[in-house]
Write a protein that binds this ligand. Structure first.
Ligand SMILES: NC(=O)c1ccc[n+]([C@@H]2O[C@H](COP(=O)([O-])OP(=O)(O)OC[C@H]3O[C@@H](n4cnc5c(N)ncnc54)[C@H](OP(=O)(O)O)[C@@H]3O)[C@@H](O)[C@H]2O)c1
Length: 254
């Protein structure tokens, strides 16, 4: 994999070397600090599709999955929308040997907590995501969530957190509620409807965007949906890596 940006010297640009998971974890380290840092990791086709036939996998690559795994490996919490959980068959995060020492040194548990955002709580609580995680899965919802579904989530072993006054979750409150539990290094894996709300609320600090060298045409969702912001939010590039034609970009909010 080559680092295209930032260019420190031309030799580095030309070198096409294998990056260890350690090197990737260093490259993607969260900034130091006490406050929350919300990073999104998404993949898009050249023509802006955020999924193909309901899945992001057809847009992805082996290296993309290595970076996906690395970003999980250094996160405290993975925040994900309920529809992505339903469509992509989410499983609990694994404890991976490659990140064990790094996580222990950072005071993190063996694997990131998965936090599912849902208003309806129409989730299959018999799935391993809820019944077999290393650390209990969190369900983020609003105060008006259906009481019997809250009870079902708890009975399955999930912990329910309220981050909104109505049925829905207030995205800024979700970030704050997770940070209050010490889950500062936050990673969202979408989907587009959830990511759009983090953008609109002004709480997305960083976007790790894989540009997949594919075109899909059709009417697939973009990586962020929902109502548009009044003024486009500006980001600046932090790094660009390349492997097999895929660009692994990272942008930070200005
Ligand atoms: N390109 C990528 O990197 C990428 C990443 C992830 C997913 N995807 C693709 O995106 C598609 C799914 O994404 P999506 O945008 O349709 O759905 P999503 O954002 O994953 O989930 C939407 C659901 O999340 C819950 N939700 C969202 N905002 C909420 C809020 N403020 N309060 C409470 N609940 C809230 C609701 O769940 P309830 O209905 O349960 O109330 C809502 O129906 C899939 O095709 C997946 O493959 C692509």
């Amino acid at each position: 994999m080559r680092q295209l940006f930032p260019v420190t010297d031309m030799t580095a640009l030309a070198s096409d070397r294998e990056w260890s998971l350690d090197a990737l974890a260093d490259a993607y380290a969260y900034p130091e600090g006490d406050g929350p840092w919300l990073r999104a990791n998404m993949v898009s086709s050249l023509d802006g599709a955020g999924q193909h036939e309901g899945r992001s996998q057809p847009l992805s690559s082996e290296t993309d999955m290595r970076i996906f795994g690395t970003l999980r490996g250094i996160a405290d919490v993975v925040v994900v929308g309920a529809e992505t959980v339903r469509l992509e068959g989410y499983r609990p995060a694994r404890a991976r040997e490659a990140f064990a020492a790094r996580r222990a040194a950072a005071g993190q548990g063996p694997a990131p907590v998965i936090a599912v955002v849902s208003a309806s709580l129409s989730l299959d609580f018999s799935l391993p995501l809820f019944t077999e995680p290393l650390v209990p899965t969190l369900v983020l919802t609003g105060a008006a969530a259906p009481a019997e579904r809250v009870a079902a989530a708890r009975a399955a072993g999930a912990e329910v957190l309220f981050a909104g006054d109505g049925a829905g979750v207030d995205p800024a409150r979700a970030v704050a509620v997770l940070a209050e539990r010490g889950l500062r290094r936050q990673l969202t894996e979408g989907g587009p409807r959830l990511l759009g709300q983090f953008v609109a609320a002004g709480v997305l600090d960083e976007l790790c965007l894989t540009v997949s060298p594919t075109m899909t045409a059709g009417g697939a969702q973009r990586i962020a949906g929902g109502p548009s912001v009044a003024v486009p939010t500006r980001f600046r590039p932090a790094s660009v890596l390349e492997q097999d034609g895929f660009l692994f970009t990272r942008y930070r909010r200005i």
